[in-house]
Ligand binder design. Structure first.
Ligand SMILES: [Zn+2]
Ligand SMILES: [Zn+2]
Length: 266
């Protein structure tokens, strides 16, 4: 039994945390390998220079010499500040292919912000290596000071990101943040339906129920207009809701006036 995501109810908000819907996807994943790609993406978005290398070859300190990087077939720079920047470098290097499964803003749902789900096929397993480049004092003050650092050290190395399929989740409005990665058995158009079959993922239906009079209402597609579900209760708008309890996420009942109305978003 999957736990239902708790809505956030306040005077200006009737929402589900978009990041929690990504967590839901990660927890429902077919394979545990999503963690590997997730950690690799975080590493590539960090400070410093990050390179993808084959886990099966040997790379040495010399392979990261700044002057030889551009022509290198062994090491590919993939560091970037955004998920899509990292993925596009990995794609150019022939390590992955990507496809957008979902790009949704929050307007027609109860999501707190937008979300992007990208299907990533890792075609060749890879490892990320972070390198810290520095200039020696001698190089910095030499008359022939050139653009290349003369000192570097490998500071970090990721676990192997295995060949396979992944769903990468990001949330945000204009700038998106990595929120989680799920490992998948295969890619197909079905993953879209698989996502929407996860209870609570679509976050587009809202059910409200009073604990006293038992009145029930529903609202759809992010709307705050609640229609009586089966009873003869009056319809009402969340704009007119009163007596908020932000810790219990309930409001006063517009029908009986004494009960508490709780919400379930799915
Ligand atoms: Zn929009
Ligand atoms: Zn009531």
């Amino acid at each position: 039994m999957m736990s239902i995501l708790e809505p956030c109810v306040s005077q200006f908000s009737l929402t589900i945390d978009a990041a929690e819907t990504i967590t839901l996807m990660v927890e429902s994943a077919d394979t545990p390998w999503g963690r590997r790609l997730n950690d690799a993406l975080i590493m590539a978005m960090g400070t410093g220079d990050t390179f993808a290398v084959s886990p099966y070859g040997t790379v040495t300190h010399a392979d990261f010499a700044p002057g030889s990087l551009i022509d290198s077939a062994k090491v590919v720079e993939v560091g970037d500040r955004s998920v899509c920047g990292v993925l596009s470098s990995l794609e150019k290097a022939g390590l992955v292919t990507t496809r957008t499964v979902l790009h949704e803003d929050s307007h027609e749902t109860y999501l707190s912000e937008g979300r992007i789900i990208t299907s990533v096929h890792v075609e060749r397993a890879f490892v990320l290596v972070s390198v810290d480049y520095r200039w020696s004092t001698r190089a910095r003050y030499s008359s022939s000071w050139d653009t290349y650092a003369d000192l570097w050290e490998i500071t970090d190395r990721s676990y192997i990101v295995p060949e396979g399929w992944y769903l990468v989740g990001e949330v945000g409005e204009y700038v998106y943040d990595l929120a989680g990665v799920a490992g998948a058995v295969r890619d197909s158009d079905d993953c879209f339906y698989w996502l929407y079959d996860l209870e609570g993922f679509s976050a587009s239906h809202c059910m409200a129920e009073c604990d006293q009079c038992g009145s029930r209402w529903t609202a759809e597609s992010g709307s705050w207009h609640f229609e009586a579900d089966w009873s003869d209760a009056c319809s009402w708008s969340f704009d007119d809701a009163w007596d908020f309890d932000e810790s219990a996420n309930t409001v006063g009942c517009p029908q009986c006036g004494t009960g508490r109305v709780a919400f379930m978003i799915s």
